[in-house]
Design a protein around this ligand. Structure first.
Ligand SMILES: [Zn+2]
Ligand SMILES: [Zn+2]
Length: 387
């Protein structure tokens, strides 16, 4: 980083230049660029990114050819940890040097949904899809004066970034930033789906479709709540052994059987599972998940982000007989209220995070992480920023 202009008032943060991995087009390798980053605006903070893990959602948005997603040039990355470098006007919650996690869905603590006690989806700082900041619909990054767009108003594949203070969570300075970045999205989302959304009960049978980080974290959550059978479904045979380490008791590869997967599950579970989780982002699979759960009380939780067809269809009779379908974003966690306690649970060895990290890579090798994720050869690649 280097100040590109000397601020007249030395206490005001200046524009800085830093390195960022910029995506110039859908599916094109990222290019390391010198970018300008503005000072934090009111109620924003500027963060020195410490580590950032690559999440499947980054890949989906980067690959997407859909016009609504084709926002370039853009800086991806949303699962990150960092240290506060400077604060904007009106920020009282953070100070320079605070350790933080970024979050892709914020918590303003004042809107109707934040105060409802019924939802973790903030009306003010919810998922940002247009590549800009929530407050003024503008970017904080630029190259030679031209805007570079954000992703989820986080953009952590950069040495420094600016986020709204409602999209960062202060964490204990004792927690290892290079590990806890995983709690910023995928691992927390899976645990929350099992605990907050489904409330998996002891002795129950759980089916998980899709054994990436989110699905395996659902497995971890279900195991910790005492589920007796955790059936993992994935077309990648390499997932079988890995999944057992996270609590999956049985593995089914739909490609190995000519029998429809929902029939296999009903047959081996005496009528259907108590809980099923769709962690793929395939709306067709949601119907399969619905058909796999038990008549009368079965619950399906969907937490994958659809990559292609967002509409879903299923016979209404599935629901008439007492089954429930629930959707969730970030596992129902309110980031500011709940993430610090998840970090504490990690520090107390009550939840597993390290096991999800299959690769540690320096920032300059970020394209390797994108290739590994695209080919299904990793769970989490943690990208470490230069120190
Ligand atoms: Zn994510
Ligand atoms: Zn809110």
């Amino acid at each position: 980083m280097s100040p590109s202009s000397s601020a007249e008032d030395s206490s005001s943060p200046a524009v800085i230049t830093c390195k960022a991995a910029v995506a110039w087009g859908a599916g094109e390798p990222l290019v390391m660029e010198e970018v300008e980053l503005s000072p934090p605006h009111p109620h924003e903070i500027r963060i020195k990114v410490f580590s950032s893990s690559l999440c499947r959602s980054d890949i989906s948005a980067w690959e997407s050819q859909a016009s609504s997603q084709a926002i370039f040039p853009r800086i991806f990355g949303h699962e990150a940890s960092g240290i506060v470098e400077s604060i904007g006007e009106g920020v009282t919650e953070f100070r320079e040097g605070d350790h933080v996690l970024t979050v892709f869905t914020g918590e303003c603590r004042t809107c109707r949904q934040c105060t409802s006690g019924k939802s973790n989806v903030c009306q003010v700082l919810g998922l940002e899809r247009r590549g800009v900041m929530h407050s003024d619909q503008k970017t904080r990054f630029s190259i030679k004066g031209k805007p570079v767009f954000h992703y989820c108003a986080v953009s952590s594949f950069s040495e420094y970034t600016v986020v709204h203070s409602g999209c960062a969570v202060k964490v204990s300075p004792n927690a290892p930033l290079e590990k806890i970045c995983l709690l910023s999205c995928g691992v927390a989302a899976g645990l929350g789906a099992a605990w907050n959304v489904a409330a998996v009960s002891e002795g129950s049978t759980v089916v998980i479709f899709g054994l990436g980080t989110v699905g395996l974290s659902v497995a971890q959550g279900a195991r910790l709540k005492g589920a007796s059978r955790i059936i993992g479904v994935d077309t990648n045979p390499d997932k079988c052994e890995k999944a057992k380490a996270f609590g999956v008791t049985e593995f089914i590869n739909p490609s190995d059987s000519s029998e429809p997967i929902q029939q296999v599950i009903k047959r081996i579970t005496d009528g259907g599972a108590d809980y099923s989780f769709e962690c793929i982002g395939d709306t067709g699979m949601i119907t399969t998940a619905l058909q796999s759960w038990h008549q009368g009380w079965g619950l399906t939780v969907t937490l994958g982000v659809p990559k292609v067809k967002p509409e879903m269809s299923a016979h209404y009779g599935l629901l008439l007989t007492g089954r429930t379908l629930k959707g969730t974003i970030f596992g129902g966690w309110k980031p500011k209220s709940d993430l610090p306690s998840l970090v504490d649970m990690y520090m107390n060895k009550e939840i597993e995070v390290d096991k999800f990290i299959t690769h540690d890579l320096p920032f300059e090798d970020i394209n390797t992480a994108f290739s590994l994720m695209r080919e299904g050869k990793c769970l989490r690649c943690v990208i470490h920023m230069p120190r």
